[in-house]
Design a protein around this ligand. Structure first.
Ligand code: FPP
Length: 228
Protein backbone atom coordinates (compact mmCIF):
# COMPACT_ATOMS: atom_id res chain seq x y z
CA UNK A 1 0.00 0.00 0.00
CA UNK A 2 2.62 2.47 -1.18
CA UNK A 3 2.29 6.16 -1.92
CA UNK A 4 0.47 7.55 1.14
CA UNK A 5 3.32 9.94 1.96
CA UNK A 6 3.66 11.26 -1.59
CA UNK A 7 -0.12 11.63 -1.87
CA UNK A 8 -0.08 13.86 1.24
CA UNK A 9 3.05 15.84 0.27
CA UNK A 10 1.57 16.62 -3.15
CA UNK A 11 -1.33 18.29 -1.32
CA UNK A 12 0.78 20.11 1.26
CA UNK A 13 -0.53 17.81 4.01
CA UNK A 14 1.39 15.94 6.71
CA UNK A 15 2.29 12.34 5.85
CA UNK A 16 -0.10 11.10 8.55
CA UNK A 17 -2.99 12.57 6.53
CA UNK A 18 -1.96 10.32 3.64
CA UNK A 19 -2.00 7.29 5.93
CA UNK A 20 -5.49 8.25 7.15
CA UNK A 21 -6.73 8.41 3.56
CA UNK A 22 -4.95 5.11 3.06
CA UNK A 23 -7.20 3.62 5.76
CA UNK A 24 -10.24 4.68 3.68
CA UNK A 25 -8.74 2.84 0.70
CA UNK A 26 -8.34 -0.23 2.94
CA UNK A 27 -12.07 -0.09 3.78
CA UNK A 28 -12.93 0.13 0.08
CA UNK A 29 -10.69 -2.82 -0.84
CA UNK A 30 -12.06 -5.01 1.96
CA UNK A 31 -15.65 -4.22 0.92
CA UNK A 32 -14.92 -4.96 -2.74
CA UNK A 33 -12.95 -8.19 -2.33
CA UNK A 34 -15.74 -10.79 -1.80
CA UNK A 35 -17.61 -9.84 -4.99
CA UNK A 36 -14.37 -10.40 -6.90
CA UNK A 37 -14.15 -13.92 -5.42
CA UNK A 38 -11.09 -13.00 -3.38
CA UNK A 39 -11.02 -15.25 -0.32
CA UNK A 40 -7.74 -14.09 1.25
CA UNK A 41 -6.64 -10.45 1.18
CA UNK A 42 -3.29 -9.62 2.79
CA UNK A 43 -2.38 -5.99 3.40
CA UNK A 44 1.21 -4.97 4.08
CA UNK A 45 0.62 -2.21 6.60
CA UNK A 46 3.94 -1.91 8.44
CA UNK A 47 7.21 -3.66 7.64
CA UNK A 48 9.81 -4.47 10.25
CA UNK A 49 12.04 -1.95 8.47
CA UNK A 50 9.41 0.78 8.88
CA UNK A 51 10.62 1.20 12.49
CA UNK A 52 13.35 3.32 10.87
CA UNK A 53 10.83 6.08 10.15
CA UNK A 54 10.55 9.16 12.38
CA UNK A 55 8.96 8.28 15.76
CA UNK A 56 6.02 10.61 15.12
CA UNK A 57 5.07 8.83 11.90
CA UNK A 58 5.47 5.40 13.51
CA UNK A 59 3.26 6.45 16.44
CA UNK A 60 0.61 7.85 14.07
CA UNK A 61 0.57 4.58 12.10
CA UNK A 62 0.24 2.39 15.20
CA UNK A 63 -2.66 4.56 16.44
CA UNK A 64 -4.29 4.34 13.01
CA UNK A 65 -4.10 0.52 13.03
CA UNK A 66 -5.61 0.44 16.53
CA UNK A 67 -8.41 2.83 15.55
CA UNK A 68 -9.13 0.84 12.39
CA UNK A 69 -9.39 -2.44 14.30
CA UNK A 70 -11.59 -0.91 16.99
CA UNK A 71 -13.90 0.93 14.62
CA UNK A 72 -14.23 -1.86 12.02
CA UNK A 73 -14.52 -4.82 14.38
CA UNK A 74 -18.28 -5.23 14.36
CA UNK A 75 -18.60 -4.37 10.64
CA UNK A 76 -16.02 -7.02 9.78
CA UNK A 77 -17.80 -9.57 11.92
CA UNK A 78 -21.18 -8.76 10.38
CA UNK A 79 -19.80 -9.14 6.88
CA UNK A 80 -18.21 -12.51 7.64
CA UNK A 81 -14.64 -11.23 7.50
CA UNK A 82 -12.09 -13.06 9.61
CA UNK A 83 -9.18 -10.83 10.59
CA UNK A 84 -5.66 -12.03 11.43
CA UNK A 85 -2.59 -9.94 12.07
CA UNK A 86 0.73 -11.32 10.82
CA UNK A 87 4.12 -10.39 12.19
CA UNK A 88 5.85 -9.73 15.50
CA UNK A 89 3.74 -8.47 18.36
CA UNK A 90 6.38 -7.98 21.04
CA UNK A 91 7.31 -4.46 19.80
CA UNK A 92 3.74 -3.18 19.40
CA UNK A 93 1.96 -0.93 21.89
CA UNK A 94 -0.25 -2.59 24.51
CA UNK A 95 -3.39 -0.87 23.22
CA UNK A 96 -2.71 -2.09 19.68
CA UNK A 97 -2.10 -5.65 20.87
CA UNK A 98 -5.39 -5.53 22.79
CA UNK A 99 -7.24 -4.23 19.73
CA UNK A 100 -5.69 -7.00 17.57
CA UNK A 101 -6.64 -9.72 20.04
CA UNK A 102 -10.20 -8.42 20.42
CA UNK A 103 -10.71 -8.15 16.66
CA UNK A 104 -9.23 -11.59 15.97
CA UNK A 105 -11.42 -13.17 18.66
CA UNK A 106 -14.58 -11.39 17.51
CA UNK A 107 -14.16 -12.25 13.83
CA UNK A 108 -12.75 -15.77 14.20
CA UNK A 109 -15.89 -17.40 12.71
CA UNK A 110 -15.85 -15.34 9.50
CA UNK A 111 -15.86 -17.41 6.31
CA UNK A 112 -16.50 -14.87 3.53
CA UNK A 113 -13.03 -13.29 3.48
CA UNK A 114 -9.83 -13.83 5.41
CA UNK A 115 -8.30 -10.38 5.88
CA UNK A 116 -4.67 -10.57 6.95
CA UNK A 117 -2.92 -7.39 8.03
CA UNK A 118 0.87 -7.55 8.19
CA UNK A 119 2.22 -5.36 11.00
CA UNK A 120 5.90 -5.46 12.03
CA UNK A 121 6.25 -8.10 9.35
CA UNK A 122 9.37 -9.16 7.44
CA UNK A 123 9.32 -12.01 4.94
CA UNK A 124 12.94 -12.88 5.64
CA UNK A 125 12.45 -12.85 9.42
CA UNK A 126 9.33 -14.99 9.02
CA UNK A 127 11.35 -17.63 7.15
CA UNK A 128 14.09 -17.49 9.80
CA UNK A 129 11.61 -17.89 12.65
CA UNK A 130 9.93 -20.84 10.94
CA UNK A 131 13.31 -22.51 10.37
CA UNK A 132 14.37 -21.91 13.98
CA UNK A 133 11.14 -23.45 15.24
CA UNK A 134 11.68 -26.80 13.50
CA UNK A 135 12.41 -29.67 15.86
CA UNK A 136 16.00 -30.90 15.70
CA UNK A 137 16.41 -33.52 12.99
CA UNK A 138 13.06 -32.71 11.31
CA UNK A 139 13.47 -32.56 7.55
CA UNK A 140 10.78 -30.29 6.15
CA UNK A 141 9.22 -30.59 2.71
CA UNK A 142 7.87 -27.53 0.87
CA UNK A 143 4.42 -28.34 2.25
CA UNK A 144 5.40 -28.92 5.86
CA UNK A 145 7.62 -25.83 5.82
CA UNK A 146 4.78 -23.73 4.43
CA UNK A 147 2.55 -24.93 7.28
CA UNK A 148 5.25 -24.08 9.80
CA UNK A 149 5.70 -20.64 8.28
CA UNK A 150 1.98 -19.92 8.48
CA UNK A 151 1.99 -20.96 12.12
CA UNK A 152 5.00 -18.95 13.24
CA UNK A 153 4.14 -15.71 11.41
CA UNK A 154 0.48 -15.78 12.45
CA UNK A 155 -0.84 -16.07 8.89
CA UNK A 156 -3.85 -18.11 10.01
CA UNK A 157 -3.55 -20.58 7.15
CA UNK A 158 -0.82 -21.56 4.73
CA UNK A 159 -1.49 -20.06 1.32
CA UNK A 160 0.54 -19.08 -1.71
CA UNK A 161 0.01 -15.61 -3.14
CA UNK A 162 -1.78 -15.57 -6.51
CA UNK A 163 -1.76 -11.86 -7.23
CA UNK A 164 0.51 -9.26 -5.65
CA UNK A 165 -0.46 -5.62 -6.21
CA UNK A 166 1.85 -2.76 -5.31
CA UNK A 167 0.66 0.81 -5.71
CA UNK A 168 2.71 4.03 -5.76
CA UNK A 169 4.86 3.22 -8.79
CA UNK A 170 7.62 1.23 -7.07
CA UNK A 171 8.49 -2.15 -8.56
CA UNK A 172 9.88 -4.27 -5.77
CA UNK A 173 8.73 -6.77 -3.15
CA UNK A 174 10.21 -5.01 -0.10
CA UNK A 175 10.42 -8.17 2.00
CA UNK A 176 6.75 -9.09 1.62
CA UNK A 177 5.63 -12.76 1.74
CA UNK A 178 8.83 -13.94 0.04
CA UNK A 179 8.24 -17.69 0.33
CA UNK A 180 4.54 -17.43 -0.41
CA UNK A 181 5.04 -15.24 -3.51
CA UNK A 182 7.27 -17.70 -5.38
CA UNK A 183 4.75 -17.88 -8.24
CA UNK A 184 2.74 -14.72 -7.57
CA UNK A 185 1.60 -12.70 -10.56
CA UNK A 186 2.90 -9.16 -10.06
CA UNK A 187 0.91 -6.02 -10.72
CA UNK A 188 2.57 -2.63 -10.24
CA UNK A 189 0.28 0.38 -10.37
CA UNK A 190 1.32 4.04 -10.58
CA UNK A 191 -1.58 5.33 -8.47
CA UNK A 192 -0.81 6.14 -4.83
CA UNK A 193 -2.64 3.90 -2.34
CA UNK A 194 -5.08 6.60 -1.10
CA UNK A 195 -6.42 6.85 -4.67
CA UNK A 196 -6.89 3.08 -5.01
CA UNK A 197 -10.53 2.32 -5.83
CA UNK A 198 -12.64 -0.84 -6.01
CA UNK A 199 -12.42 -0.47 -9.81
CA UNK A 200 -8.58 -0.69 -9.61
CA UNK A 201 -8.88 -3.94 -7.67
CA UNK A 202 -11.40 -5.27 -10.17
CA UNK A 203 -9.13 -4.32 -13.09
CA UNK A 204 -6.10 -6.02 -11.47
CA UNK A 205 -8.13 -9.19 -10.87
CA UNK A 206 -9.44 -9.13 -14.46
CA UNK A 207 -5.88 -8.82 -15.75
CA UNK A 208 -4.75 -11.62 -13.46
CA UNK A 209 -7.41 -13.88 -14.95
CA UNK A 210 -5.90 -13.38 -18.42
CA UNK A 211 -2.44 -14.50 -17.33
CA UNK A 212 -1.29 -17.97 -18.14
CA UNK A 213 0.20 -19.59 -15.05
CA UNK A 214 2.55 -22.43 -15.84
CA UNK A 215 4.38 -22.93 -12.52
CA UNK A 216 7.48 -23.98 -14.44
CA UNK A 217 5.66 -26.50 -16.66
CA UNK A 218 4.69 -26.03 -20.30
CA UNK A 219 1.43 -24.46 -21.37
CA UNK A 220 -1.19 -27.27 -21.66
CA UNK A 221 -1.62 -26.98 -25.46
CA UNK A 222 2.17 -26.91 -26.03
CA UNK A 223 2.85 -29.90 -23.82
CA UNK A 224 0.06 -31.88 -25.61
CA UNK A 225 1.61 -31.01 -28.99
CA UNK A 226 5.04 -32.14 -27.93
CA UNK A 227 3.69 -35.45 -26.61
CA UNK A 228 1.98 -36.17 -29.97
C1 FPP B 1 3.89 2.95 2.54
O1 FPP B 1 3.72 4.12 1.78
C2 FPP B 1 2.78 2.81 3.46
C3 FPP B 1 2.92 2.54 4.78
C4 FPP B 1 4.21 2.31 5.44
C5 FPP B 1 1.72 2.51 5.67
C6 FPP B 1 0.52 1.79 5.16
C7 FPP B 1 -0.60 2.11 6.05
C8 FPP B 1 -1.85 2.40 5.65
C9 FPP B 1 -2.32 2.28 4.26
C10 FPP B 1 -2.79 2.88 6.69
C11 FPP B 1 -4.04 2.09 6.84
C12 FPP B 1 -3.81 0.65 7.11
C13 FPP B 1 -4.66 -0.13 7.81
C14 FPP B 1 -4.40 -1.56 7.92
C15 FPP B 1 -5.84 0.39 8.50
P1 FPP B 1 4.46 5.47 2.16
O2 FPP B 1 3.61 6.23 3.06
O3 FPP B 1 5.84 5.18 2.61
O4 FPP B 1 4.45 6.21 0.79
P2 FPP B 1 5.57 7.12 0.14
O5 FPP B 1 6.49 6.15 -0.54
O6 FPP B 1 4.77 7.95 -0.81
O7 FPP B 1 6.24 7.94 1.18
Amino acid sequence: MDGNGRWACARGLPRAAGHRRGADAVRRAVRAAPALKITILTLYAFSSDNWRRPPGEVAALLCLFRDYLQSERSRLRQSGVRLSVMGRRDRLTVDLIEAIEACEADTAEGTVLHLRVAIDYSGRDAILRAAESLPLGFEPTRDTFRERLALTCGAGAAADVDLLIRTGGERRLSDFLLWESAYAELCFLPCPWPDFRASDLAAAVAEFRTRQRRFGALAPERSALEMA
